[in-house]
Design a protein around this ligand. Sequence first.
Ligand SMILES: Cc1cc2nc3c(=O)[nH]c(=O)nc-3n(C[C@H](O)[C@H](O)[C@H](O)COP(=O)(O)OP(=O)(O)OC[C@H]3O[C@@H](n4cnc5c(N)ncnc54)[C@H](O)[C@@H]3O)c2cc1C
Length: 400
Amino acid sequence: MKINKGEKFDIIICGCGCAGFCAAVAAARLGMTAAVIDRYYAPGGILTVLGNNSIDQFNNPFIKGNKMIITGIGWEFVRRLQKDGFAVIPDMDAEYQNHAQYGVKANPVAAAKIMDDILIESRVKLYYGQPVVDVSLNGNEISGVIISTKSGLKELNAKIYIDCTGDGELAYFAGASCTAGDGRGTFQPGTLRFYPAKESQEKVCCFGDNMNHVKMDPTNSDSLTLSEIEARRMIYSQMANGESIMATAPASAPREGRRIAGLTEMNSEDYCSGKVFEDSVCYSFWFIDIHRDGEPAIIKYIKHDKTPTIRLSSMISKDLSNLMMAGRCVSSDRETNSALRVKASCMAMGQAAGTAAAICIKDSVPAKYFPIDKIKSVLDMSGAIVPGLSEIPSFTNSMK
Ligand SMILES: Cc1cc2nc3c(=O)[nH]c(=O)nc-3n(C[C@H](O)[C@H](O)[C@H](O)COP(=O)(O)OP(=O)(O)OC[C@H]3O[C@@H](n4cnc5c(N)ncnc54)[C@H](O)[C@@H]3O)c2cc1C
């Protein structure tokens, strides 16, 4: 099969959801030539294209003192949306009633446009609507990614590749070890977002409703085809019962896909007890939340006064020397993954992975020998909150 030769970059990020967006911006702002590839013609993934517009959680309401735990590029993005009236940021210091009260609600259409703006301002090369379909390998290194374009297949090359596809597609194509769902063929169900015909006129428009729970295996195209047919049948029967629905998202949003094996794997004991490691590069906050089909979700809460952290070594493949990952496909057990997958955590992981990749390239060191002190210090200087290093801003100061 003919594969056209394409451009060369320092860093290629596959997938432009919350994680890929922040990874690409972080890398480009550190002077790297960076490209981001997405199969859809818009950035944002589940947040925008698939219409799930709540971004949790930039704070930990249970710690003493300042409660912000994530800032950086993700926070900059929601602040820009808020300034234009397209995001509602709740009071992160407000007394706890439930976790959902702290979710930033964003207008998905505006969110994709502001992501475009920030990516373009940062000089990231955008490959929208061009899915990654394969990789070329040179020993235990990825030498190129093959994308499917309107004019045929094309190979793009980079020094480091970051898998932000959510489902670990790049890693899987490259033969890296992954675990899918519970490892025995069961996945958390997905959700199809749909839009009623008569909608509120609110500018932030937290409109839409969810068709819960769609049974799916997000790692299998035949299974996904059947899931989408079933989801449409469910929507159709609601319409036949009188509900007026004008559109749905283009596909159901998956809660879990593949988790890529990293140098270390995060586990729920460390996550829930807020253990800080030397290579903890960002915080995360959500409870263990495994959705199940026809049964209540499995829920476990974080120890009070503790904030979980995410390790850089869980964002570096154990199998391929120049593969990193961020977002919901990072190396973690299933319970931990059900917590760290929330959007603000994916943004923080993306910024950390993009920053680490850039510094490894600048210092000419393989990803597995990452210079942790330098990476943490650059993250801190770029406005991200690094466990054990950064001064945590108050909610009010973070708004400045
Ligand atoms: C139903 C549902 C409800 C949720 N509710 C909340 C909530 O209320 N609050 C919250 O914070 N989080 C919530 N989450 C979790 C959160 O939305 C996701 O875990 C998070 O958005 C994942 O971000 P990501 O960047 O890792 O992946 P994604 O957003 O999935 O982005 C991955 C990107 O990779 C692209 N991609 C995939 N394969 C390829 C390929 N082969 N080539 C090119 N591009 C590719 C996709 O198009 C996509 O843009 C929810 C998730 C679901 C499914």
